[in-house]
Write a new protein. Structure first.
Lengths: 241, 241
DNA sequence: AAATAAGCTTAATGTAGATTAAGAGTAGCG
DNA sequence: CGCTACTCTTAATCTACATTAAGCTTATTT
Protein backbone atom coordinates (compact mmCIF):
# COMPACT_ATOMS: atom_id res chain seq x y z
CA UNK A 1 0.00 0.00 0.00
CA UNK A 2 2.81 2.43 -0.66
CA UNK A 3 0.80 4.32 -3.23
CA UNK A 4 0.80 7.64 -1.46
CA UNK A 5 3.16 9.29 -3.97
CA UNK A 6 1.36 10.79 -6.93
CA UNK A 7 4.19 9.86 -9.24
CA UNK A 8 3.78 6.11 -8.83
CA UNK A 9 1.76 6.44 -12.00
CA UNK A 10 3.53 9.27 -13.79
CA UNK A 11 6.98 9.31 -12.26
CA UNK A 12 8.47 10.49 -15.55
CA UNK A 13 6.71 13.86 -15.46
CA UNK A 14 9.00 16.82 -14.80
CA UNK A 15 6.83 17.79 -11.90
CA UNK A 16 6.19 21.38 -10.91
CA UNK A 17 3.88 22.29 -8.04
CA UNK A 18 1.04 22.58 -10.52
CA UNK A 19 1.54 19.18 -12.10
CA UNK A 20 1.90 17.55 -8.76
CA UNK A 21 -1.43 18.95 -7.57
CA UNK A 22 -3.19 17.68 -10.67
CA UNK A 23 -1.64 14.25 -10.34
CA UNK A 24 -2.56 14.06 -6.67
CA UNK A 25 -6.15 14.86 -7.49
CA UNK A 26 -6.21 12.24 -10.20
CA UNK A 27 -4.69 9.61 -8.00
CA UNK A 28 -7.02 10.44 -5.16
CA UNK A 29 -9.96 10.14 -7.43
CA UNK A 30 -8.81 6.72 -8.53
CA UNK A 31 -8.10 5.57 -5.01
CA UNK A 32 -11.42 6.84 -3.75
CA UNK A 33 -13.25 5.25 -6.63
CA UNK A 34 -11.55 1.90 -6.27
CA UNK A 35 -11.87 1.87 -2.51
CA UNK A 36 -15.50 2.67 -2.59
CA UNK A 37 -16.86 0.95 -5.64
CA UNK A 38 -14.87 -2.26 -5.54
CA UNK A 39 -13.32 -2.39 -2.13
CA UNK A 40 -10.23 -3.04 -4.20
CA UNK A 41 -7.61 -1.69 -1.87
CA UNK A 42 -8.00 -3.29 1.53
CA UNK A 43 -7.17 -0.95 4.39
CA UNK A 44 -4.49 -2.20 6.74
CA UNK A 45 -5.08 -2.92 10.41
CA UNK A 46 -3.46 0.34 11.39
CA UNK A 47 -5.66 2.29 9.03
CA UNK A 48 -8.79 0.68 10.37
CA UNK A 49 -7.85 2.11 13.77
CA UNK A 50 -8.76 5.55 12.48
CA UNK A 51 -12.41 4.72 11.97
CA UNK A 52 -12.77 4.45 15.73
CA UNK A 53 -11.91 8.11 15.92
CA UNK A 54 -14.89 9.30 13.92
CA UNK A 55 -17.22 7.01 15.88
CA UNK A 56 -16.00 8.17 19.26
CA UNK A 57 -16.14 11.77 18.05
CA UNK A 58 -19.92 11.49 18.19
CA UNK A 59 -19.78 10.45 21.86
CA UNK A 60 -19.51 14.17 22.54
CA UNK A 61 -22.99 14.58 21.02
CA UNK A 62 -25.68 11.90 20.85
CA UNK A 63 -23.55 8.70 20.75
CA UNK A 64 -24.22 6.37 17.82
CA UNK A 65 -25.68 2.89 18.35
CA UNK A 66 -24.43 -0.14 16.42
CA UNK A 67 -26.60 0.22 13.27
CA UNK A 68 -25.82 3.92 13.07
CA UNK A 69 -22.11 3.26 13.42
CA UNK A 70 -22.27 0.73 10.65
CA UNK A 71 -24.27 3.06 8.42
CA UNK A 72 -21.76 5.85 8.97
CA UNK A 73 -18.71 3.68 8.34
CA UNK A 74 -20.23 2.17 5.22
CA UNK A 75 -20.47 5.55 3.53
CA UNK A 76 -17.33 7.20 4.87
CA UNK A 77 -14.20 7.12 2.72
CA UNK A 78 -10.74 7.44 4.21
CA UNK A 79 -8.13 9.45 2.31
CA UNK A 80 -4.56 10.46 2.91
CA UNK A 81 -3.69 13.95 1.82
CA UNK A 82 -0.26 15.49 1.37
CA UNK A 83 0.85 18.95 2.43
CA UNK A 84 -0.31 21.63 -0.03
CA UNK A 85 -2.81 19.29 -1.60
CA UNK A 86 -6.26 20.72 -2.29
CA UNK A 87 -9.47 18.94 -1.39
CA UNK A 88 -11.49 21.84 -2.85
CA UNK A 89 -10.56 24.45 -5.45
CA UNK A 90 -12.36 27.55 -6.69
CA UNK A 91 -15.06 26.83 -9.28
CA UNK A 92 -15.31 23.18 -8.26
CA UNK A 93 -18.49 22.03 -6.59
CA UNK A 94 -17.82 20.90 -3.02
CA UNK A 95 -18.93 17.26 -3.00
CA UNK A 96 -17.92 16.05 0.46
CA UNK A 97 -18.28 16.85 4.09
CA UNK A 98 -14.82 16.18 5.50
CA UNK A 99 -13.83 15.00 8.96
CA UNK A 100 -10.18 15.62 9.86
CA UNK A 101 -8.70 12.65 11.73
CA UNK A 102 -5.09 13.80 11.55
CA UNK A 103 -3.30 16.88 10.23
CA UNK A 104 -4.57 20.36 9.52
CA UNK A 105 -6.40 22.29 6.78
CA UNK A 106 -7.17 25.88 5.89
CA UNK A 107 -10.18 27.13 3.96
CA UNK A 108 -9.72 30.45 2.20
CA UNK A 109 -10.93 32.80 -0.52
CA UNK A 110 -8.84 34.88 -2.90
CA UNK A 111 -9.64 38.53 -3.59
CA UNK A 112 -9.21 40.50 -6.83
CA UNK A 113 -5.61 41.34 -6.04
CA UNK A 114 -4.81 37.66 -5.51
CA UNK A 115 -4.50 37.87 -1.74
CA UNK A 116 -5.63 34.83 0.25
CA UNK A 117 -8.01 35.30 3.19
CA UNK A 118 -8.38 32.43 5.65
CA UNK A 119 -11.90 31.71 6.80
CA UNK A 120 -11.31 28.65 8.90
CA UNK A 121 -8.73 26.18 10.12
CA UNK A 122 -9.61 22.58 10.86
CA UNK A 123 -7.34 20.17 12.74
CA UNK A 124 -8.01 16.82 14.45
CA UNK A 125 -11.68 16.07 15.22
CA UNK A 126 -13.03 18.99 13.27
CA UNK A 127 -15.23 19.18 10.17
CA UNK A 128 -14.57 21.22 7.07
CA UNK A 129 -16.53 21.88 3.87
CA UNK A 130 -17.93 24.75 1.85
CA UNK A 131 -21.43 24.08 3.09
CA UNK A 132 -22.95 26.58 0.69
CA UNK A 133 -21.46 24.87 -2.35
CA UNK A 134 -22.25 21.41 -0.98
CA UNK A 135 -25.92 22.23 -0.42
CA UNK A 136 -26.71 24.17 -3.52
CA UNK A 137 -24.35 22.21 -5.78
CA UNK A 138 -22.92 25.47 -7.01
CA UNK A 139 -19.26 26.19 -7.85
CA UNK A 140 -17.34 27.20 -4.76
CA UNK A 141 -15.44 30.44 -4.35
CA UNK A 142 -13.14 28.83 -1.81
CA UNK A 143 -10.10 26.63 -1.54
CA UNK A 144 -9.47 23.95 1.08
CA UNK A 145 -5.80 23.04 1.32
CA UNK A 146 -3.79 20.77 3.62
CA UNK A 147 -1.24 22.62 5.75
CA UNK A 148 0.22 19.32 6.93
CA UNK A 149 0.10 15.71 5.75
CA UNK A 150 -3.36 14.62 6.84
CA UNK A 151 -5.83 11.78 7.16
CA UNK A 152 -9.48 12.54 6.51
CA UNK A 153 -12.86 10.83 6.30
CA UNK A 154 -15.22 12.08 3.64
CA UNK A 155 -18.98 11.68 3.24
CA UNK A 156 -20.57 12.55 -0.08
CA UNK A 157 -23.70 14.65 -0.20
CA UNK A 158 -25.93 11.75 -1.29
CA UNK A 159 -24.59 9.53 1.49
CA UNK A 160 -25.08 12.27 4.03
CA UNK A 161 -28.66 12.83 2.85
CA UNK A 162 -29.16 9.07 3.10
CA UNK A 163 -27.97 9.14 6.72
CA UNK A 164 -30.25 12.08 7.51
CA UNK A 165 -33.27 10.33 6.07
CA UNK A 166 -32.70 6.94 7.68
CA UNK A 167 -31.17 7.85 11.02
CA UNK A 168 -32.67 11.04 12.51
CA UNK A 169 -29.88 11.16 15.06
CA UNK A 170 -27.62 12.52 12.36
CA UNK A 171 -30.01 15.43 11.80
CA UNK A 172 -29.69 16.15 15.49
CA UNK A 173 -25.93 15.73 15.70
CA UNK A 174 -25.18 17.81 12.65
CA UNK A 175 -27.64 20.47 13.77
CA UNK A 176 -25.66 20.82 16.98
CA UNK A 177 -22.30 20.70 15.16
CA UNK A 178 -23.39 23.44 12.77
CA UNK A 179 -24.88 25.50 15.59
CA UNK A 180 -21.55 25.42 17.38
CA UNK A 181 -19.74 26.46 14.23
CA UNK A 182 -22.27 29.25 13.77
CA UNK A 183 -21.71 30.49 17.32
CA UNK A 184 -17.93 30.54 16.79
CA UNK A 185 -18.25 32.33 13.49
CA UNK A 186 -20.63 34.90 14.92
CA UNK A 187 -18.27 35.67 17.77
CA UNK A 188 -15.50 36.10 15.27
CA UNK A 189 -17.61 38.36 13.07
CA UNK A 190 -18.44 40.60 16.01
CA UNK A 191 -14.79 40.69 17.03
CA UNK A 192 -13.73 41.50 13.53
CA UNK A 193 -16.03 44.48 13.21
CA UNK A 194 -15.42 45.90 16.64
CA UNK A 195 -11.82 45.19 17.67
CA UNK A 196 -8.28 46.22 16.83
CA UNK A 197 -5.75 43.89 15.22
CA UNK A 198 -4.11 43.36 18.60
CA UNK A 199 -7.36 42.23 20.23
CA UNK A 200 -8.16 39.96 17.31
CA UNK A 201 -4.75 38.34 17.65
CA UNK A 202 -5.37 37.87 21.35
CA UNK A 203 -8.66 36.12 20.61
CA UNK A 204 -7.07 33.97 17.93
CA UNK A 205 -4.53 32.78 20.50
CA UNK A 206 -7.34 31.83 22.87
CA UNK A 207 -9.54 30.13 20.32
CA UNK A 208 -6.85 28.27 18.42
CA UNK A 209 -4.42 27.76 21.33
CA UNK A 210 -3.55 24.27 20.09
CA UNK A 211 -2.73 25.61 16.63
CA UNK A 212 -0.92 28.84 17.44
CA UNK A 213 2.52 27.25 17.39
CA UNK A 214 1.66 24.92 14.58
CA UNK A 215 0.60 27.51 12.01
CA UNK A 216 3.00 29.85 10.20
CA UNK A 217 2.50 33.55 10.96
CA UNK A 218 1.45 34.29 7.42
CA UNK A 219 -1.56 32.00 7.86
CA UNK A 220 -2.50 33.59 11.16
CA UNK A 221 -2.24 37.08 9.68
CA UNK A 222 -4.48 36.04 6.81
CA UNK A 223 -7.00 34.70 9.33
CA UNK A 224 -7.19 37.79 11.51
CA UNK A 225 -7.32 40.02 8.46
CA UNK A 226 -3.99 41.85 8.53
CA UNK A 227 -0.67 41.60 6.68
CA UNK A 228 2.14 39.41 8.06
CA UNK A 229 4.24 42.56 8.41
CA UNK A 230 1.74 44.19 10.69
CA UNK A 231 1.36 40.98 12.70
CA UNK A 232 5.10 41.20 13.30
CA UNK A 233 4.61 44.67 14.71
CA UNK A 234 1.71 43.53 16.90
CA UNK A 235 3.76 40.63 18.27
CA UNK A 236 6.71 42.93 18.93
CA UNK A 237 4.38 45.27 20.85
CA UNK A 238 3.03 42.41 22.96
CA UNK A 239 6.51 41.05 23.75
CA UNK A 240 7.45 44.34 25.47
CA UNK A 241 4.78 44.02 28.15
CA UNK B 1 -57.53 44.15 23.79
CA UNK B 2 -56.12 47.66 23.45
CA UNK B 3 -53.35 46.98 25.96
CA UNK B 4 -50.43 47.66 23.66
CA UNK B 5 -49.41 50.87 25.50
CA UNK B 6 -47.11 50.26 28.45
CA UNK B 7 -48.74 53.05 30.41
CA UNK B 8 -52.12 51.39 30.70
CA UNK B 9 -50.76 50.22 34.02
CA UNK B 10 -48.53 53.10 35.03
CA UNK B 11 -49.82 56.03 33.08
CA UNK B 12 -48.91 58.39 35.91
CA UNK B 13 -45.15 57.84 35.55
CA UNK B 14 -43.29 60.81 34.08
CA UNK B 15 -41.87 58.54 31.43
CA UNK B 16 -38.43 58.93 29.93
CA UNK B 17 -37.07 56.52 27.28
CA UNK B 18 -35.54 54.46 30.07
CA UNK B 19 -38.67 54.14 32.16
CA UNK B 20 -40.70 53.29 29.14
CA UNK B 21 -38.40 50.44 28.20
CA UNK B 22 -38.59 49.01 31.70
CA UNK B 23 -42.37 49.27 31.75
CA UNK B 24 -42.63 47.66 28.34
CA UNK B 25 -40.56 44.74 29.53
CA UNK B 26 -42.67 44.37 32.66
CA UNK B 27 -45.91 44.52 30.73
CA UNK B 28 -44.65 42.07 28.17
CA UNK B 29 -43.63 39.70 30.89
CA UNK B 30 -47.08 39.88 32.40
CA UNK B 31 -48.80 39.45 29.05
CA UNK B 32 -46.59 36.54 28.12
CA UNK B 33 -47.11 34.90 31.48
CA UNK B 34 -50.85 35.33 31.46
CA UNK B 35 -51.19 34.26 27.85
CA UNK B 36 -49.21 31.14 28.34
CA UNK B 37 -50.00 29.97 31.83
CA UNK B 38 -53.68 30.83 32.06
CA UNK B 39 -54.75 31.59 28.53
CA UNK B 40 -56.14 34.67 30.19
CA UNK B 41 -55.98 37.06 27.30
CA UNK B 42 -57.72 35.55 24.34
CA UNK B 43 -56.17 36.54 21.05
CA UNK B 44 -58.53 38.19 18.61
CA UNK B 45 -59.49 36.69 15.25
CA UNK B 46 -57.13 39.01 13.46
CA UNK B 47 -54.27 38.06 15.75
CA UNK B 48 -54.88 34.37 15.24
CA UNK B 49 -54.28 34.95 11.53
CA UNK B 50 -50.61 35.41 12.31
CA UNK B 51 -50.13 31.85 13.48
CA UNK B 52 -50.74 30.70 9.92
CA UNK B 53 -47.64 32.60 8.94
CA UNK B 54 -45.28 30.57 11.09
CA UNK B 55 -46.88 27.31 9.93
CA UNK B 56 -46.65 28.15 6.25
CA UNK B 57 -43.10 29.37 6.79
CA UNK B 58 -42.10 25.73 7.21
CA UNK B 59 -43.58 24.83 3.83
CA UNK B 60 -40.31 26.09 2.40
CA UNK B 61 -38.56 23.27 4.32
CA UNK B 62 -40.16 19.97 5.35
CA UNK B 63 -43.83 20.99 5.75
CA UNK B 64 -45.38 20.21 9.13
CA UNK B 65 -48.21 17.68 9.48
CA UNK B 66 -51.20 18.29 11.77
CA UNK B 67 -49.71 16.99 15.06
CA UNK B 68 -46.50 18.90 14.45
CA UNK B 69 -48.40 22.09 13.71
CA UNK B 70 -50.36 21.68 16.90
CA UNK B 71 -47.22 20.98 18.92
CA UNK B 72 -45.54 24.07 17.50
CA UNK B 73 -48.52 26.36 18.11
CA UNK B 74 -49.00 25.07 21.62
CA UNK B 75 -45.55 26.23 22.67
CA UNK B 76 -45.24 29.39 20.62
CA UNK B 77 -46.10 32.70 22.28
CA UNK B 78 -47.16 35.73 20.28
CA UNK B 79 -45.91 39.16 21.38
CA UNK B 80 -46.24 42.66 20.10
CA UNK B 81 -43.14 44.75 20.39
CA UNK B 82 -42.79 48.51 20.05
CA UNK B 83 -40.07 50.38 18.22
CA UNK B 84 -36.86 50.60 20.29
CA UNK B 85 -38.01 47.88 22.60
CA UNK B 86 -35.42 45.24 23.49
CA UNK B 87 -36.10 41.53 23.40
CA UNK B 88 -32.55 40.81 24.57
CA UNK B 89 -30.07 42.98 26.48
CA UNK B 90 -26.42 42.50 27.36
CA UNK B 91 -25.84 40.26 30.40
CA UNK B 92 -29.29 38.69 30.11
CA UNK B 93 -29.49 35.04 29.15
CA UNK B 94 -31.26 34.64 25.80
CA UNK B 95 -34.28 32.48 26.62
CA UNK B 96 -36.20 32.41 23.34
CA UNK B 97 -35.80 31.61 19.72
CA UNK B 98 -37.77 34.35 17.98
CA UNK B 99 -39.67 34.25 14.69
CA UNK B 100 -40.43 37.66 13.18
CA UNK B 101 -43.94 37.76 11.73
CA UNK B 102 -44.06 41.51 11.16
CA UNK B 103 -41.61 44.37 11.62
CA UNK B 104 -37.85 44.40 11.85
CA UNK B 105 -35.08 43.82 14.40
CA UNK B 106 -31.36 44.39 14.71
CA UNK B 107 -28.94 42.34 16.78
CA UNK B 108 -25.77 44.14 17.80
CA UNK B 109 -22.81 44.26 20.16
CA UNK B 110 -21.29 47.32 21.81
CA UNK B 111 -17.51 47.85 21.92
CA UNK B 112 -15.42 49.47 24.66
CA UNK B 113 -15.97 52.93 23.24
CA UNK B 114 -19.71 52.45 23.28
CA UNK B 115 -20.13 52.09 19.54
CA UNK B 116 -22.81 49.69 18.33
CA UNK B 117 -21.96 47.05 15.71
CA UNK B 118 -24.82 45.35 13.89
CA UNK B 119 -24.46 41.63 13.42
CA UNK B 120 -27.78 40.81 11.84
CA UNK B 121 -31.10 42.21 10.75
CA UNK B 122 -34.27 40.13 10.82
CA UNK B 123 -37.51 41.13 9.12
CA UNK B 124 -40.64 39.16 8.20
CA UNK B 125 -40.21 35.37 8.11
CA UNK B 126 -36.77 35.38 9.64
CA UNK B 127 -35.45 33.99 12.93
CA UNK B 128 -33.38 35.83 15.48
CA UNK B 129 -31.68 34.82 18.74
CA UNK B 130 -28.26 34.79 20.36
CA UNK B 131 -27.87 31.09 19.74
CA UNK B 132 -24.70 30.90 21.84
CA UNK B 133 -26.40 32.35 24.89
CA UNK B 134 -29.55 30.27 24.34
CA UNK B 135 -27.62 27.01 24.14
CA UNK B 136 -25.15 27.47 26.90
CA UNK B 137 -27.46 29.50 29.14
CA UNK B 138 -24.74 32.08 29.52
CA UNK B 139 -25.19 35.87 29.69
CA UNK B 140 -25.31 37.36 26.23
CA UNK B 141 -22.98 40.06 24.98
CA UNK B 142 -25.60 41.21 22.48
CA UNK B 143 -28.72 43.32 22.20
CA UNK B 144 -31.76 42.57 20.06
CA UNK B 145 -33.88 45.65 19.48
CA UNK B 146 -36.98 46.39 17.39
CA UNK B 147 -36.38 48.91 14.62
CA UNK B 148 -40.10 49.03 13.87
CA UNK B 149 -43.27 48.06 15.73
CA UNK B 150 -43.27 44.29 15.35
CA UNK B 151 -45.13 41.05 15.92
CA UNK B 152 -43.11 38.02 16.92
CA UNK B 153 -43.54 34.39 17.93
CA UNK B 154 -41.23 33.08 20.60
CA UNK B 155 -40.28 29.55 21.60
CA UNK B 156 -38.51 28.94 24.88
CA UNK B 157 -35.49 26.70 25.05
CA UNK B 158 -37.28 23.95 26.95
CA UNK B 159 -40.18 23.97 24.50
CA UNK B 160 -37.79 23.89 21.57
CA UNK B 161 -35.92 20.93 23.11
CA UNK B 162 -39.28 19.26 23.63
CA UNK B 163 -40.08 19.72 19.94
CA UNK B 164 -36.68 18.35 18.92
CA UNK B 165 -37.12 15.25 21.07
CA UNK B 166 -40.68 14.43 20.07
CA UNK B 167 -40.80 15.51 16.43
CA UNK B 168 -37.51 14.79 14.63
CA UNK B 169 -38.66 16.93 11.71
CA UNK B 170 -37.80 20.00 13.78
CA UNK B 171 -34.23 18.76 14.10
CA UNK B 172 -34.14 18.58 10.31
CA UNK B 173 -35.81 21.92 9.68
CA UNK B 174 -33.73 23.84 12.15
CA UNK B 175 -30.58 22.15 10.89
CA UNK B 176 -31.34 23.49 7.44
CA UNK B 177 -32.34 26.93 8.77
CA UNK B 178 -29.11 27.21 10.73
CA UNK B 179 -27.06 25.93 7.80
CA UNK B 180 -28.49 28.66 5.62
CA UNK B 181 -27.71 31.26 8.24
CA UNK B 182 -24.20 29.86 8.51
CA UNK B 183 -23.71 30.11 4.74
CA UNK B 184 -24.86 33.74 4.75
CA UNK B 185 -22.64 34.62 7.67
CA UNK B 186 -19.63 32.93 6.13
CA UNK B 187 -20.08 34.82 2.89
CA UNK B 188 -20.28 38.02 4.86
CA UNK B 189 -17.18 37.16 6.87
CA UNK B 190 -15.21 36.54 3.70
CA UNK B 191 -16.47 39.78 2.18
CA UNK B 192 -15.63 41.68 5.30
CA UNK B 193 -12.05 40.53 5.36
CA UNK B 194 -11.38 40.89 1.69
CA UNK B 195 -13.35 43.85 0.34
CA UNK B 196 -13.45 47.64 0.48
CA UNK B 197 -16.30 49.56 2.10
CA UNK B 198 -17.77 50.27 -1.33
CA UNK B 199 -17.91 46.60 -2.24
CA UNK B 200 -19.37 45.69 1.13
CA UNK B 201 -22.11 48.27 0.63
CA UNK B 202 -22.81 46.84 -2.82
CA UNK B 203 -23.20 43.38 -1.32
CA UNK B 204 -25.41 44.66 1.46
CA UNK B 205 -27.71 46.16 -1.18
CA UNK B 206 -27.92 42.79 -2.90
CA UNK B 207 -28.43 40.70 0.19
CA UNK B 208 -30.85 42.97 2.01
CA UNK B 209 -32.52 44.47 -1.09
CA UNK B 210 -35.91 44.45 0.65
CA UNK B 211 -34.51 46.32 3.65
CA UNK B 212 -32.21 48.86 2.02
CA UNK B 213 -34.88 51.55 1.87
CA UNK B 214 -36.41 50.57 5.16
CA UNK B 215 -33.30 50.89 7.33
CA UNK B 216 -31.69 54.19 8.31
CA UNK B 217 -28.19 54.78 6.98
CA UNK B 218 -26.69 54.73 10.44
CA UNK B 219 -27.84 51.12 10.86
CA UNK B 220 -26.47 50.11 7.47
CA UNK B 221 -23.13 51.74 8.24
CA UNK B 222 -22.95 49.89 11.54
CA UNK B 223 -23.66 46.64 9.69
CA UNK B 224 -21.01 47.02 7.02
CA UNK B 225 -18.50 48.20 9.59
CA UNK B 226 -17.95 51.87 8.75
CA UNK B 227 -19.10 55.22 10.11
CA UNK B 228 -22.28 56.85 8.79
CA UNK B 229 -20.14 59.76 7.55
CA UNK B 230 -18.04 57.50 5.40
CA UNK B 231 -21.14 55.74 4.09
CA UNK B 232 -22.33 59.15 2.94
CA UNK B 233 -19.11 59.55 1.01
CA UNK B 234 -19.40 56.07 -0.52
CA UNK B 235 -22.98 56.77 -1.62
CA UNK B 236 -21.95 60.13 -3.07
CA UNK B 237 -19.22 58.37 -5.04
CA UNK B 238 -21.64 55.77 -6.41
CA UNK B 239 -24.20 58.41 -7.41
CA UNK B 240 -21.70 60.01 -9.78
CA UNK B 241 -21.35 56.92 -11.96
C1' DA C 1 -47.37 74.18 17.62
C1' DA C 2 -43.25 74.23 19.50
C1' DA C 3 -39.49 71.59 21.17
C1' DT C 4 -36.48 68.00 21.04
C1' DA C 5 -34.28 64.34 19.03
C1' DA C 6 -32.77 61.62 15.07
C1' DG C 7 -30.88 61.42 10.59
C1' DC C 8 -28.02 62.90 6.41
C1' DT C 9 -24.21 65.39 4.43
C1' DT C 10 -19.80 68.05 3.80
C1' DA C 11 -15.25 69.13 5.08
C1' DA C 12 -10.83 69.35 7.96
C1' DT C 13 -7.79 66.64 10.38
C1' DG C 14 -6.09 62.17 12.51
C1' DT C 15 -4.64 57.16 12.58
C1' DA C 16 -4.63 52.00 12.05
C1' DG C 17 -2.99 49.21 9.12
C1' DA C 18 -1.25 48.41 3.96
C1' DT C 19 2.48 48.49 0.78
C1' DT C 20 7.05 48.16 -0.67
C1' DA C 21 11.59 46.96 -0.01
C1' DA C 22 15.49 44.82 1.96
C1' DG C 23 18.12 41.69 5.07
C1' DA C 24 18.65 37.58 7.72
C1' DG C 25 17.26 32.81 9.22
C1' DT C 26 15.39 28.30 7.95
C1' DA C 27 13.40 24.37 5.42
C1' DG C 28 12.77 21.57 1.50
C1' DC C 29 14.69 19.86 -2.80
C1' DG C 30 17.74 18.15 -6.62
C1' DC D 1 25.93 19.73 -0.44
C1' DG D 2 24.47 24.08 -2.11
C1' DC D 3 20.40 26.26 -4.15
C1' DT D 4 16.05 28.01 -4.27
C1' DA D 5 11.97 29.10 -1.97
C1' DC D 6 9.68 30.18 2.23
C1' DT D 7 9.44 32.75 6.59
C1' DC D 8 10.08 36.48 9.91
C1' DT D 9 11.35 41.07 10.95
C1' DT D 10 12.25 46.24 10.70
C1' DA D 11 11.53 50.59 8.65
C1' DA D 12 9.81 54.27 5.30
C1' DT D 13 5.99 55.78 2.93
C1' DC D 14 1.12 55.70 1.74
C1' DT D 15 -4.10 55.25 1.98
C1' DA D 16 -8.65 53.88 3.45
C1' DC D 17 -11.36 54.97 6.78
C1' DA D 18 -12.24 57.31 11.59
C1' DT D 19 -13.09 61.43 14.27
C1' DT D 20 -14.82 65.81 15.18
C1' DA D 21 -17.65 69.46 14.24
C1' DA D 22 -21.14 72.10 12.01
C1' DG D 23 -25.36 72.97 9.26
C1' DC D 24 -29.50 71.24 7.55
C1' DT D 25 -33.73 68.24 7.16
C1' DT D 26 -37.07 65.23 8.78
C1' DA D 27 -39.38 62.55 12.61
C1' DT D 28 -41.17 62.12 17.35
C1' DT D 29 -42.63 63.78 21.62
C1' DT D 30 -44.93 67.09 24.75
Amino acid sequence: MGFTQANFLFGWVNSTERWRAILCELEDFLLTFLLKENNYFVTSAKERMNTRQIISYFDGYLPLDAPEQEALLSCVVERKVKRRQFILQENDVCRHFTFVAEGCFKMYGVDKKGTEHNLQFAAENDWIADIGSLHKEKPSKLYIEALEPSVIFQISKTDLWHLYNNYPKFDRNFRVIIENKFIELQNRMLQNISSTADERYETFLEQYAHLSNRLPNTQIASYIGITPEFLSKVRAGRAQK
